[in-house]
Design a protein around this ligand. Structure first.
Ligand code: NAD
Length: 334
């Protein structure tokens, strides 16, 4: 099957080619992001392979259907960037990678927690300048702290297990509590109780209408003064201006982000020679107690191997009998 692979980076090519050796799909690698303007590049293909910042609203899907696209194979877990109802009406199947190394993202969230707590990001620069003073680097012991996990699916549960290993008390919020988490000592509570009790709050829920700006001004006001907030889920789960106000007021103690609501124009590109036009993002970068990574939590060789394998399996399944292995069912979501 001919597949138009949008937002291709050299590493995508490497792992997809390795996974495609026996199935032999014709993978057309395209560097541009999928947008209204670039959708025509899919002409001649039967499937589109898209990533987190490729946009698939109704008009793009309609254009893709017009070019003959019948499958959207997402090479990611989240699917908030696809209008699933429109895809269904247009007869386009949408598949995703529901599961790959949850450790990749969970461990990155832990890396953000530890780096912020012990100021590793600042120590790295300071020591290289010959400054060995410790002022400003005072951290806290992880053991005995209370960690709030919002969303205990594959990644959140893995994160909770690691933090429990540090000796933390784990509170969680999830509409579908995980019996394995409960058995491991995780206590499910109301969101307001989690926010009021946690020293560290980490977001691992999907972006849905219910979770958009879940962490807004009111939620931040409920958090403990000096608490740490970590977001490796999707940028829009956080109301960024509200978070900036909480940082300026000294109410929020630390912020670790791997995702950002307006990341599509920034992340995955080398913009080091350019002036950042997004003033909200630029303000975030100005805080010493904020650490931002550019949506790299998934970026381990193990995870890319898993993503590529499942993506190719989805395409092969669809080619064989019209059923992608991990098709997203609008009916099940409703
Ligand atoms: P998952 O589907 O296994 O788990 C998501 C959990 O969130 C589920 O248990 C669900 O019940 C829960 N949830 C849904 N609505 C909620 C709400 N309102 N409040 C609390 N919990 C809620 O997904 P996963 O594999 O653990 O991934 C979680 C998210 O992480 C993805 O949706 C994606 O947005 C993000 N992600 C980010 C990266 C990255 O590189 N930064 C990589 C992969 C996934």
């Amino acid at each position: 099957m001919r597949v138009a692979v949008f937002s291709t980076k050299p590493y995508d090519r490497h792992f997809l080619d390795a996974a495609n050796t026996s199935d032999c799909h014709e993978l057309a690698y395209l560097e541009p992001r999928l947008t209204r303007e670039t959708a025509a590049l899919a002409d001649g293909a039967t499937a589109v392979c898209a990533f987190v910042n490729d946009a698939l609203p109704v008009d793009v899907l309609r254009a893709l259907a017009g070019w003959g696209i019948r499958l959207v194979a997402l090479r990611c877990t989240g699917f908030n960037n696809v209008d699933l109802v429109a895809a269904r009406k247009l007869g386009i199947t949408v598949a995703r990678v529901p599961e790959y190394s949850p450790h990749a993202v969970a461990e990155h969230a832990v890396a953000l927690v530890l780096a912020l707590n012990r100021n590793i990001h600042r120590a790295y620069a300071r020591v290289r300048e010959g400054n060995f003073a410790l002022e400003g680097f005072l951290g806290f012991d992880m053991t005995g702290r209370t960690v709030g996990v919002i969303g205990t699916g594959r990644i959140g549960a893995t994160f909770a297990r690691i933090l429990a290993g540090f000796g933390c008390t784990i509170l969680a919020v999830d509409p579908a509590p995980d019996p394995a988490c409960i058995a491991a000592g995780v206590r499910y509570v109301e969101l307001s109780d989690l926010l009021a009790s946690a020293d560290i709050v980490s977001l691992h829920c999907p972006l849905t209408p219910a979770t958009r700006h879940l962490i807004d001004q009111a939620a931040l006001a409920r958090m403990r003064r000096g608490a740490m907030l970590i977001n490796t889920s999707r940028g829009a789960v956080i109301d960024t201006p509200a978070v900036i106000a909480a940082l300026k007021a000294g109410h929020l103690g630390h912020l670790g982000l791997d995702v950002y609501e307006e990341e599509a124009d920034l992340f995955f590109e080398d913009l080091s020679d350019k002036v950042i036009q997004d003033d909200v993002f630029a303000r975030l970068l100005s805080f010493p107690n904020v650490l931002v990574t550019g949506h790299q939590a998934f970026f381990t060789a193990d995870a890319l191997h898993g993503i590529a394998g499942t993506t190719i399996a989805n395409i092969t399944g669809f080619e064989r009998d019209g059923r992608a292995v991990h098709e997203i069912s609008v009916e099940k979501l409703a």
